[in-house]
Ligand binder design. Structure first.
Ligand SMILES: Nc1nc(=O)c2c([nH]1)NC[C@@H]1CN(c3ccc(C(=O)N[C@@H](CCC(=O)O)C(=O)O)cc3)CN21
Ligand SMILES: O=c1ccn([C@H]2C[C@H](O)[C@@H](COP(=O)(O)O)O2)c(=O)[nH]1
Length: 332
């Protein structure tokens, strides 16, 4: 995960001192981008141990639409505790905006009905509906994979004041691309079925043409497209939050790809204010002195048939062999 060490290094060498909302003080850079090729391993930082259960639990909690910290703590995850009200409520944060963004539309009713009459009194009469951005995204990926509008936003201006914390990872976009034949043949090695096809179906004969080979790969269930995700993160705690955010969106991309039958492509992580808190400098320096280890791989249970049905047991990371954890205080 050189990309992650580059961020730490860049802040240490070019960062500008800034005060911040928490009063801790940071060194920060504005504008940064890191790209993770998901075919090269699962991007879980190896130079300190990450608590994977917190990352998976938090993502499943967002996808469930919950905004109550008690639901997260029921999974054994405590990372949102400091921000929760006594009831556990966090206001309309990610889960609310992803799964049930409020939409207000002019109410419709019969002519001269109650709605009509109230409207003549001068007040706008609206109906509230909820829009599930994630379900829409899944449908749209299947229906219109070339779309340039595959965007999910948590940045709901009208709701910001009610949130315990304004969204940090505030907008993401998916993109799909056709895979070329050579790439599909390559990944076909992971699909046992392809070898059960009759020889002539997958003979890569130049004159037989691409179509025959692509059709054979379709029959074998080999994905036709790759799926990439780009995240805009307006504010990023490079030591504590960012390793979680990278792994979380990489996991989301894998899960979405599995459900729409595509191959995970890239995760592009774009930052606004990328900062290192003053009380994390020693820890970051210690981490930079450690050597990289091979990235682990992700396993998703292939039996799971929709995005909202994954549980902790359906998600596993294999061959994770990190350096020991490094403790650091979280700025509240
Ligand atoms: N300052 C700040 N940084 C964040 O990263 C952050 C917030 N606030 N507020 C909301 C959420 C909560 N997140 C958090 C909060 C704590 C840890 C943390 O303490 N991580 C420890 C271990 C956590 C565990 O046991 O699961 C770590 O070593 O990574 C990570 C992400 C990410 N977000
Ligand atoms: O997923 C997350 C959530 C939060 N953060 C960090 C980024 C900042 O350090 C704080 C938020 O403070 P603001 O004053 O609202 O910017 O939390 C993160 O890195 N990742």
């Amino acid at each position: 995960m050189k990309q992650y060490h580059d961020m730490l290094q860049r802040i240490l060498s070019e960062g500008v001192s800034k005060n911040d909302r928490t009063g801790t003080g940071t060194s920060s850079v504005f504008g940064h981008q890191a790209v993770f090729d998901l075919s090269q391993g699962f991007p879980l930082v190896t130079t300190k141990r990450l608590h994977l259960k917190s990352i998976v639990g938090e993502l499943l909690w967002f996808l469930s639409g919950s905004t109550n910290n008690n639901d997260l703590e029921d999974m054994g995850v405590t990372i949102w505790r400091e921000w929760a009200r006594p009831s556990g409520d966090l206001g309309p944060i990610y889960g609310k905006q992803w799964r049930s963004w409020d939409v207000y539309e002019p109410a419709e009713g019969p002519p001269d009905g109650v709605i009509d009459r109230l409207r003549t009194l001068g007040s706008p009469i609206c109906e509230r509906r909820e829009f599930d951005q994630i379900s829409w995204l899944m449908d749209e990926l299947r229906r219109n994979p070339d779309s340039r509008r595959l965007v999910v936003s948590a940045w709901n201006v009208a709701d910001l004041k009610g949130m315990a914390l304004a969204p940090c990872h505030c907008l993401f976009q998916f993109n799909t691309e056709p895979l070329d034949l050579a790439y599909r043949m390559n990944i076909a090695e992971n699909y046992v079925e392809v070898f059960e096809l009759p020889n002539e179906c997958y003979t890569l004969d130049k004159t037989a043409g691409t179509i025959l080979a692509h059709d054979a790969l379709d029959l074998a269930g080999v994905p036709r497209r790759s799926l990439s995700c780009q995240l805009y993160q307006r504010s990023a705690d490079v030591f504590l939050g960012v390793p979680f955010n990278i792994a979380s969106y990489a996991l989301l991309t894998h899960m979405v790809a599995a459900q729409v039958g595509m191959e995970p492509g890239k995760f592009v992580h774009t930052f606004g204010d990328l900062h290192l808190y003053a009380n994390h400098v020693e820890q970051a320096t210690e981490q930079l002195g450690r050597d990289f280890r091979p990235l682990p791989t992700l396993w998703l249970n292939p039996e799971v048939k929709d995005l909202f049905s994954y549980t902790m047991d359906d998600i596993r990371v294999d061959n994770y062999d990190p350096h020991p954890a490094i403790r650091a205080p979280v700025a509240v």
